[in-house]
Design a protein. Structure first.
Length: 377
């Protein structure tokens, strides 16, 4: 397999439209890297530049240490799996999978061996004689993946391959592609707008927005140490809550107050030393829904009195939509043993050691030094 390096990669379209700006990404050998972000963020364009389907406007692309900017797609030794499967409708599954090898004039016996081996791995051997129209969406996707496997490429590229499948099948195919990565021990780059796919499948996640890389790291690192408010809100489901609070010094203590007296919370000492410079100013206080703890009675410290606006029972847990005294909305994930109704007045205590803080103007993490130290561990 191979290491893929993007060094200052840019994509500029006519009219100076910059779809990708200065992307510096390294995908290590045998790594599963996911590009994730909202629609139009540049993730698919970046993938297509790796594939050679889009020209690189600026920067360098290296695969296995070799410059690939001007190398034709067919000579890059990569295989791409598309969102729409891109199967030939008049060909059998076998012929679809074998087509690329026939074009390269690979020996017939070797083609047969590779096609049956890939079909066995993907559990589609019994469909080899069928046409794509006789297959389900999930089976067609397996054929598309099989067509990539038979080529024995250095790098596998996946462009939102599961977006046409229903929710249950997406979960199944996620597991299958992850298992495939481990069996093949391959370098894979995968594009999706679904952060759950990114979290569950990736060794490394590249978060993109407006053509720019926002942060790169392991799923848990990005979850626990988001570098800015966008990453914090994009990674995690339900997303992180963001509340505007004022930093106040009282009696030697640092506290965070919601406007109009909705709640008062106290940051842990490790965080307070970085928040202190914002005294008298507003910042964003971020807390994840799973870090909101329900208490039947108001807590002595860090109590948040809230009102219930929506109740979503999900079986294993219940999601509550809540409002603070200043009508700032937030979400909490709770144990289903508690029964809640709309308009209930409830009390929650945030796990302050899990809280995140962001500059109101730049939206960058105020805990950047803590994040940097965690990255070195």
């Amino acid at each position: 397999m191979a290491k893929v390096e993007l060094k200052g990669i840019c994509k500029v379209y006519e009219g100076n439209v910059r779809a990708v700006e200065n992307a510096n990404i390294t995908v290590e050998d045998k790594e599963f890297c996911v590009f994730v972000g909202p629609s139009g963020c540049g993730k698919s364009t970046t993938l297509r530049m790796v594939a050679g389907l889009e020209d690189i406007s600026e920067g360098e692309l290296l695969i296995d240490g070799e410059l690939m900017n001007d190398v034709p797609p067919k000579d890059r030794n990569i295989a791409m799996v598309f969102q729409n499967y891109a199967l030939y409708p008049h060909m059998s599954v076998y012929d679809n999978m074998a087509f690329g090898l026939k074009i390269k004039k690979v020996d017939k016996a070797e083609i047969d061996r590779r096609v049956h081996e890939a079909a066995r791995i993907l559990d589609i051997e019994k469909f080899l004689d069928r046409k794509p129209k006789a297959l389900s969406g999930g089976q067609r996707q397996r054929v598309a993946v099989g067509r990539a496997i038979v080529r024995n490429p250095k790098v596998f590229l996946f462009d939102e391959p599961l977006s046409n499948l229903d929710a249950k099948l997406r979960v199944q195919m996620r597991a299958e592609i992850s298992g495939l990565h481990h069996r093949l021990n391959a370098t894979m780059i995968y594009v999706t707008h679904d952060q759950v796919e990114a979290m569950t499948m990736a060794d490394k996640i590249v978060v993109m927005k407006d053509g720019k890389v926002q942060q790169i790291g392991s799923p848990l690192y990005l979850y626990n140490h988001p570098g800015n408010k966008f990453v914090a809100g994009f990674i995690g489901s339900p997303p992180m809550n963001f509340l505007t609070v004022k930093v106040v010094e009282k009696g030697g203590d640092l506290i965070l107050e919601e406007d109009k007296g909705g709640f008062v919370v106290k940051p842990v000492a490790e965080h307070a030393q970085y928040i202190k410079k914002y005294a008298g100013k507003e910042i964003f206080f971020g807390i994840r829904p799973e870090d909101m703890i329900y208490t039947e009675k108001p807590a002595g410290e860090n109590n948040m009195p809230l009102s219930v606006t929506v109740v979503e029972p999900l079986g294993a847990d219940t999601t509550l939509w809540l409002n603070t005294g200043a009508q700032q909305p937030l979400v909490a994930r709770t144990d289903p043993v508690h029964e809640f109704k709309v308009n209930d007045k409830v009390n929650f205590t945030p796990r302050m050691e899990k809280a995140r803080y962001f500059d109101k103007e730049t939206e960058l993490s105020i805990l950047a030094e803590i994040d940097a130290a965690a990255a070195k561990k």
